[in-house]
Design a protein around this ligand. Structure first.
Ligand code: HEC
Ligand code: HEC
Ligand code: HEC
Ligand code: HEC
Ligand code: HEC
Length: 407
């Protein structure tokens, strides 16, 4: 059975219900709500029979016995969720507005042990279980897999839930398997702002789960994991990865059949269609995708003033106060750049490209933040700003000769 088929079987047939430790059953929805109820509770003391390695919440400890997942996770944005762009903002925020800072950690570093502060009887206090090393590990393995030192994970690949032996005999007391790990609902808590979150033009700033829910992918049972964790890999590639972006799109060029002479009109089309993106392309407000057409001469130099662009993005004001435009593509939708020009000379071609700026919003945002003063976070924000300037890439480029004769 293909892993996709196994997954569908696991999610739909056996398993609208999960066996719980008490022997009762609960739905995927109930599991997800309990598992992700925030802020996450401290793990508490580990069972006495646990070795130090089994008791550790550090990702590299899990990696000792789960090297494949660890190697993948290390390269992922989840591992980088406490990067300089986040931490550079948090240093000052922990002083000026600690409640909001804790809100950020809820998604970016969700374990209680990752937080320097903890809510205790309504007030914020120093967290006795704080682990400063874990603080910088972003979304660690244990954030998704461990509650009260108990391991949770997906069903086996054949769909079964049973353990290989008595829990006491297994490393970390075995694992409680639940199909909730195969469900898009598992990702919802951090990839969908709550119902009561403020909206811009009727949509919350982050709306990925709802976009997915309204798409044909949800109707066909294709979950976030099917696209973002194929073969159970822990890479979570997205808008920053050229192959991932390509996998979701079909890109076509419509060019004139015959060549033209100087002074003739030409008409070229560049079309991007969202064919396998499970939500709006792109889903978040920070990336920008540009369809670009320009004329180049025989040496490849761009003819001045010939560039035209069409933007695919949800653009919002830097202070998050309003939506400027929303030209994103819902699943199945397409955008075309029609490029009509009079050919200025002989030997001319059209250069068509699709360029992704994964962090377009942040470039402007960090510039303003630095101008206003980022305090002790300034060095990290500068580092994050430089990273946003390096992140753009081309997903498509084609040069179409337009002129008669040598070009
Ligand atoms: C000492 C080695 C060891 C350490 C350390 C360890 N594990 Fe495991 N883990 C295992 C073994 C062996 C299994 C297989 C148990 C079984 O088949 O039921 C397992 C199973 C799992 C599973 C279920 C995998 C499956 O096949 O479906 C998950 C999830 C898991 N571990 C997560 C973690 C996390 C998260 C950590 C760190 C917080 C961790 N483990 C640390 C040895 C370890
Ligand atoms: C505890 C919160 C949390 C959960 C649960 C979570 N994510 Fe994330 N995810 C994040 C955060 C935070 C980031 C951004 C990390 C960063 O770059 O700072 C992120 C980033 C990503 C990205 C990369 C986006 C990019 O820029 O390319 C993908 C893809 C993704 N998550 C998919 C998933 C999927 C699929 C699931 C469910 C299996 C999931 N996430 C569960 C918090 C979470
Ligand atoms: C509901 C979960 C959630 C909360 C709360 C949240 N974020 Fe994020 N954040 C995300 C996700 C998911 C991404 C990745 C966006 C994407 O690509 O969809 C992200 C991306 C980012 C990024 C860009 C990636 C990077 O690492 O540089 C920054 C910076 C950031 N968040 C800062 C913050 C700050 C500061 C706060 C608190 C004021 C915050 N976030 C609160 C989920 C959250
Ligand atoms: C964002 C949440 C998240 C994080 C972080 C995460 N995992 Fe997972 N893990 C999952 C999900 C979801 C699955 C099931 C994926 C599927 O079946 O498509 C899974 C599956 C697994 C499995 C079973 C693999 C198999 O082949 O059956 C193991 C083992 C595991 N994870 C260990 C780890 C370890 C170790 C880390 C850290 C290095 C880690 N996970 C980090 C969500 C997470
Ligand atoms: C049919 C495949 C598919 C499904 C299902 C899917 N995605 Fe994606 N996702 C993609 C592709 C392709 C990209 C890269 C293009 C893009 O960024 O939109 C992407 C990008 C992303 C990004 C990068 C940020 C951005 O602005 O685009 C995040 C975060 C993300 N997905 C989360 C999710 C979550 C959470 C779910 C489930 C609710 C999900 N995805 C379901 C294919 C899918």
């Amino acid at each position: 059975m293909s892993s996709r088929a196994a997954r569908l079987l696991a999610t739909s047939l056996i398993l609208a219900v999960v066996a719980t430790a008490s022997g009762g059953t609960e739905s995927v929805e109930e599991f997800v709500r309990r598992h992700w109820r925030g802020p996450l509770a401290p793990q508490g003391p580990a069972p006495a029979r646990f070795s130090l390695l089994e008791a550790s919440l550090r990702p590299e400890s899990c990696g000792t016995c789960h090297p494949a997942q660890y190697a993948d996770w290390r390269t992922s944005w989840h591992a980088a969720a406490t990067g300089p762009g986040v931490m550079g903002q948090l240093v000052e925020m922990f002083e000026s507005d600690p409640t909001s800072a804790l809100g950020c950690l809820g998604c970016h570093a969700p374990l209680s042990e990752q937080s320097p502060l903890i809510r205790s009887t309504g007030r914020l206090a120093a967290n006795p279980a704080f682990d400063p090393a874990l603080h910088r590990e972003g979304l660690p393995c244990a954030g998704c897999h461990v509650r009260g030192h108990q391991r949770f994970g997906p069903p086996r690949r054949d769909g079964s839930l049973a353990s290989a032996g008595a829990p006491e005999a297994l490393p970390h007391g075995g694992v409680t398997r639940t199909p909730a790990f195969l469900s898009a609902a598992f990702c919802r808590g951090c990839h969908q702002f709550a119902e009561d979150a403020p909206t811009l033009n009727g949509k919350p700033l982050e709306n990925t789960y709802r976009e997915w829910e309204a798409s044909r992918f949800a109707r066909e049972g294709v979950q976030c994991q099917d696209c973002h964790m194929p073969d159970r890999r822990h890479l979570w590639r997205g808008i920053h990865d050229v192959d991932m972006v390509r996998s979701g799109l079909s890109i076509d060029v419509a060019a004139p059949r015959s060549r033209a002479g100087a002074g003739d009109n030409v008409d070229v089309g560049l079309t991007v269609r969202s064919v396998r993106v499970g939500h709006a392309f792109p889903t978040y407000v920070t990336p920008k995708v540009v369809l670009r057409a320009e004329l180049v001469d025989a040496t490849g130099a761009v003819i001045e003033g010939s560039r035209e662009e069409r933007v695919i993005a949800r653009e919002i004001a830097l202070d998050l106060s309003r939506e400027i435009s929303d030209t994103r593509l819902l699943p199945g939708q397409s955008a075309t750049l029609r490029y009509r020009r009079k050919l200025p000379a002989a030997g001319i071609s059209a250069r068509l490209s699709v360029v992704v700026y994964p962090d377009a919003f942040y470039t402007g945002f960090y510039e303003v933040l630095l101008r206003q003063g980022a305090g002790r976070g300034a060095a990290q924000i500068r580092e994050a700003l430089e990273a946003t300037r390096r992140s753009p890439f081309e997903v498509f480029r084609r040069v179409v000769p337009l002129s008669r004769g040598p070009s």
